[in-house]
Design a protein around this ligand. Structure first.
Ligand code: ZN
Ligand code: FE
Length: 254
């Protein structure tokens, strides 16, 4: 099983899980690039995984499943056209040889789910919940929901590969450096990411270990992050959720 990025729109990645002559895609917002990938590599689409309802993640479903019987896994609720298998917290599905467990991860949207496999090498498809150096905007959920969603990721194995849906890393890190200007891991990572983007390389997947060291949205219990949030908001004694709420709205206005 190998995982490839299919770039879509301006900064989306549609992740393709490939096994022999078959593949599965995560969040196909655009059917065209997926079909091109299939043709170019002589692959047959077997299933689709969906993390949340936003059109840049779901827009290609109907076209891709046309005249075929393809399982489309996604959030429960019946609000996304084309879903055949509705998933909730604690469910698990088999993709090729790997079992993926489902986490409900509301915050960016209320329906957001993530897919985690702990077989062989741990893998996380986290949609727009966690980004490298950042997290999704709170379009529907609360800071409290996002905090608990991100907490589910924090306890995963450090070597878990994190497949986020957007190439937002560089701009996320510019903001992260405002929050933690003295974080040496962050400074080093920023330099690496600048070089990668200069060479037009992808910065994803990341890892949980990396994110725990550099991502302010996973670090609300760290002293420097809390102090920055308190300074920015002119509030004292913020708890972890309060810190997350402040840095999320700070980022929205950054
Ligand atoms: Zn989204
Ligand atoms: Fe998105």
């Amino acid at each position: 099983m190998e995982i490839f990025a299919i770039p879509a729109f301006t900064d989306n990645y549609i992740w393709a899980v490939v096994e022999k002559d078959q593949f599965v895609v995560v969040d196909p917002g655009d059917s065209l690039v997926v079909k091109e990938f299939a043709e170019k590599n002589n692959l047959q689409l077997r299933a689709i995984l969906i993390t949340h309802w936003h059109p840049d993640h779901t827009g290609g479903i109907i076209e891709l499943v046309k005249d075929k019987s393809i399982s489309v896994y996604g959030p429960k609720g019946g609000h996304i056209d084309g879903i055949t298998d509705e998933l909730k917290e604690g469910d698990s599905i088999r993709i090729f040889d790997n079992e993926f467990s489902i986490f409900e991860t509301p915050g960016h949207t209320l329906d957001h789910i993530s897919y985690f496999s702990n077989e062989n090498k741990p893998i996380l498809f986290c949609g727009d919940t966690l980004f490298s150096g950042g997290c999704g905007r709170l379009f529907e959920g609360t800071p409290d929901q996002m905090f608990h969603s991100l907490n589910k990721f924090s306890s995963l194995p450090g070597n878990t590969k994190v497949y986020c849906t957007h190439e937002y890393t560089l701009s996320n890190l510019k903001f992260a450096l405002e929050v933690e200007p003295k974080n040496q891991d962050l400074i080093n990572y920023y330099d690496q990411v600048v070089e990668k983007r200069d060479r037009n390389e992808y910065t994803l997947p990341s890892t949980i270990e990396k994110e725990l060291n550099i991502n302010p949205f996973l670090r609300s219990s760290i002293e420097e992050v809390r102090k920055s949030a308190e300074l920015y908001s002119s509030k004292a004694n913020l708890d972890d959720v309060g810190v997350l709420a402040v840095i999320r709205s700070w980022k929205d206005n950054f």
